[in-house]
Write a protein that binds this ligand. Structure first.
Ligand code: HEC
Length: 720
């Protein structure tokens, strides 16, 4: 383990918590070894900045008066254009991040010079999906850097990137450790990093969207040994609280309810807040009758034992893929002259939840109401759902004809006609087979994985949001499909469409994949996944071969030569799903722009003391539309904001204009923007080295096929 310069280590306390800072020290009878790690105020030591998920820096060198001079200080280019969505951490002047091929890199924070790089035993992978951050444990002279590469957690020496032998198996822990059953069937990936509490690292994971998927157990491992410290079952075992909201044996037969977006930690109270996603499969719940606790919930767990303190389930029996998509944030608000420690959680639908951190009591009223039943006979949708009545949602709800595009009268007419074929009846409208249901905001929020920034002194939360419509529909699985086709429809159609046309650019069409991919490459993709696509390790070789054949010869779809039942491990795995989702479709006009009126993306400042908006502005533009005079449309955006004590809100996120922006946090006024070579599809980090403040962001045009393809970390600073 490494010796870190202690000269630059200072205890860091956020202003509002100053009074309680000394309480953070463990009680006198606890061993000194359990002291929380202390990092310098100039560091950005955790995903979200600090463990409280505030995305807030006390640095003030860059301020309203000089921000206009901000300029790139260095750029670290990488070969692969994919977007690992990483918010780097920075400790003692060194930036730790991932490359798009999931190598861990350490860069000199002042120069961008590569200090070391590390990749797992298989070397860099083409692109194994997102890895949004890293975790650092530090105590006195000891430090350990934790890096999740798909289903492995590495403990590295931050000085040189070498695995630390005492942890797990020679420095690597299989993240299937402690999960139930035959875990080799599960695709799992540590897409958002773990949070460090004392001598444990607490992790969730991402898993497949269809069975078989791992039950979303939240686990804590010992930072030195990798031993399992505790595990919380988000799908309860028989007899546990919530087990009656599932069919029997849910832990064996169901999966998901996983905490994939990351955590917030109240170090003083020893409580970790974990948002969870939906149960699998996302869109058909006929096999999981009941409310499905603790899916779609915010959980408060004792960070020492994993015991549940309280929970709030936002969506009962989710059949819309309405995960809690963002890490929560800790905040202190004023109510009737009293300071209340609270936890804020944004949702995909565009609602902001706020709970008392200790009791789980909602600090805004939550209203229950009846929702429509599903027309699918096997589906028992929940009859009652609930939503907060304040703050107002930060994205539009329920699409109506007067919200359609007005880019031209012809397009408006086109959109009205298409809209007339949709069912638009609000966010709790169950999907059906006879008509697409339109949802606004769509499957990518509202809020997304980038998280929110918090002003800890004022109780203000800053959240960016998508604001476009998507549609969804179910299809009954026809009788008489061949095994391979049934497997395709059950496992692949959700993203690549029932006709293999996909929803490009995000979900590629498979009809022409044979032109660019060999059989080996396709088999490899199906087994291991690629980018946003999960792998399917449970499939028997015959199933993978059959699907590969189907991709190579899409016109061959139809009864297949593989006999039903001859591939037991795969035929168990969903070819029996009676209804499948026909694919994710954005409601776009024929030119590929949202068919709803702008703004298509926004940045919001909400005063959590009152629930009122301080301001709301469109975020992002489409350069070609801007050239035609259509400015300030907002655009799809992924990756969150960061706030500095000097009152600046920094954000990249916008997919198409490739800009980094600084807003006046008090007014929403745009103070500075800079066009980067690629889009800043990640959350930035703020730090200081040798007296100079930097803002660094990972850029990539992977989600913007019209842009030049590439990726780079770019750090901004004031000129000399
Ligand atoms: C959750 C969504 C999802 C599911 C389910 C899914 N895929 Fe994919 N797939 C993707 C995405 C996204 C990509 C593009 C990944 C990238 O390059 O970043 C992709 C890429 C591919 C490619 C490569 C296409 C090319 O032209 O490069 C193949 C082949 C493929 N998928 C086959 C399958 C098969 C077969 C299944 C079912 C067993 C499946 N996928 C299930 C999302 C999915």
């Amino acid at each position: 383990m490494t010796k870190l310069k202690s000269s630059s280590v200072a205890v860091f306390c956020l202003g509002v918590f100053l009074a309680s800072c000394s309480d953070k020290e463990p009680a006198g009878d606890e061993p000194a070894a359990s002291k929380p790690a202390a990092f310098a105020a100039s560091d950005w030591p955790a995903y979200g900045g600090q463990n409280d998920g505030n995305r807030y820096s006390t640095l003030e060198q860059i301020n309203r008066d000089n921000v206009a001079e901000l300029t790139p200080a260095w750029q670290f280019d990488m070969d692969n254009p994919e977007a690992p969505q990483t918010q780097p951490i920075v400790v003692d002047g060194v930036m730790y991040g991932f490359t798009p091929t999931l190598e861990v890199i350490a860069l000199n924070g002042a120069s961008g010079e590569l200090l070391w790089s590390f990749s797992g035993p298989d070397g860099p992978s083409d692109f194994a999906g997102p890895s949004r951050g890293l975790s650092m444990w530090k105590q006195g002279d000891e430090a350990i850097l934790f890096a999740g590469i798909v289903d492995k957690l590495y403990a590295l020496d931050p000085a040189n990137g070498q695995p630390i032998a005492g942890f797990g198996d020679d420095g690597v822990l299989d993240l299937r450790t402690g999960l139930p059953g035959d875990t080799s069937r599960f695709y799992i990936s540590l897409a958002s990093p773990g949070v460090i509490f004392r001598d444990s690292i607490i992790v969730g994971f991402r898993t497949g969207e269809n069975p078989p998927a791992a039950p979303g157990d939240i686990r804590a491992f010992d930072v030195r040994t990798g031993e399992l410290v505790w595990s919380f079952r988000t799908i309860p075992a028989a007899g546990e609280l919530g087990a009656d909201t599932w069919p029997d044996n849910a832990r064996e037969l169901q999966g998901g309810a996983n905490a994939w977006a990351g955590f917030a930690l109240d170090e003083k109270r020893g409580i970790v807040y974990a948002p969870t996603g939906s149960a699998v499969p996302d869109f058909f719940g006929g096999d999981r009758e009941g409310d499905n606790l603790f899916a779609n919930s915010l959980l408060a767990l004792d960070a020492t034992t994993g015991e549940r303190i309280w929970h709030f389930q936002a969506i009962r029996h989710d059949i819309w893929d309405r995960d809690f998509p963002s890490p929560p944030s800790l905040v202190t608000v004023q109510r009737d002259g009293q300071a209340i420690d609270a936890v804020a959680q944004p949702s995909k639908q565009g609602y902001m939840y706020l709970f008392n951190r200790e009791t789980g009591e909602s600090l805004f009223p939550i209203e229950e109401f009846e929702v429509p039943p599903s027309p699918i006979p096997e589906e028992r949708a929940a009859t009652i759902q609930r939503l907060p009545t304040s703050p107002e949602p930060f994205a539009r709800q329920t699409l109506t004809a007067d919200m359609l595009t007005t880019r031209s009268p012809e397009l408006n007419e086109w959109a009205r006609e298409v809209f007339g074929t949709f069912l638009s009846a609000g966010e709790f409208t169950p999907f059906r087979t006879d008509q697409p249901v339109v949802l606004i905001p769509g499957f990518d929020g509202g809020a997304e994985w980038g998280g929110s920034a918090i002003d800890p002194d004022k109780g203000i939360i800053y959240t960016n949001s998508n604001d476009i419509a998507w549609t969804g529909q179910l299809a009954a699985s026809p009788d008489g499909m061949g095994f391979v086709e049934a497997l395709y429809q059950a496992q692949c159609a959700v993203c690549h469409g029932i006709d293999m046309q996909g929803a490009p650019p995000e979900f590629p069409s498979l009809t022409a994949a044979a032109e660019t991919l060999s059989a080996d490459e396709i088999e490899n993709i199906i087994r291991n996944g690629v980018g946003r696509m999960p792998g399917f390790p449970a499939f028997a070789p015959e199933a993978v071969a059959g699907l590969t054949d189907l991709v190579l010869n899409p016109e061959s779809a139809g009864p297949s030569s593989i006999e039903e039942g001859s591939v037991p491990s795969a035929s168990d795995e969903g070819s029996a799903v009676p209804y499948r989702f026909t694919g994710y479709h954005r409601f776009f006009d024929p030119d590929g722009y949202p068919a709803v009126s702008p703004p298509w993306g926004t940045l919001n400042a909400i005063d959590l003391n009152t629930g009122e908006y301080l301001w709301k502005v469109p975020l992002g533009e489409h350069p070609e539309l801007k050239a035609e005079g259509m400015e300030n449309t907002g655009s799809e955006n992924y990756g969150g904001p960061v706030l500095t004590a000097s009152g600046l809100l920094f954000i990249g996120a916008t997919l198409f204009d490739q800009k980094m922006r600084a807003f006046d946090a008090a007014t929403g006024e745009l103070l500075w923007e800079y066009k980067m070579p690629y889009s800043g599809m990640a959350t930035p980090a703020v730090y200081m080295v040798d007296g100079k403040q930097y803002i660094v962001i990972l850029t990539s045009n992977a989600r913007n096929p019209k842009g030049e393809q590439g990726s780079a970390y770019i750090a901004f600073a004031l000129p000399e």
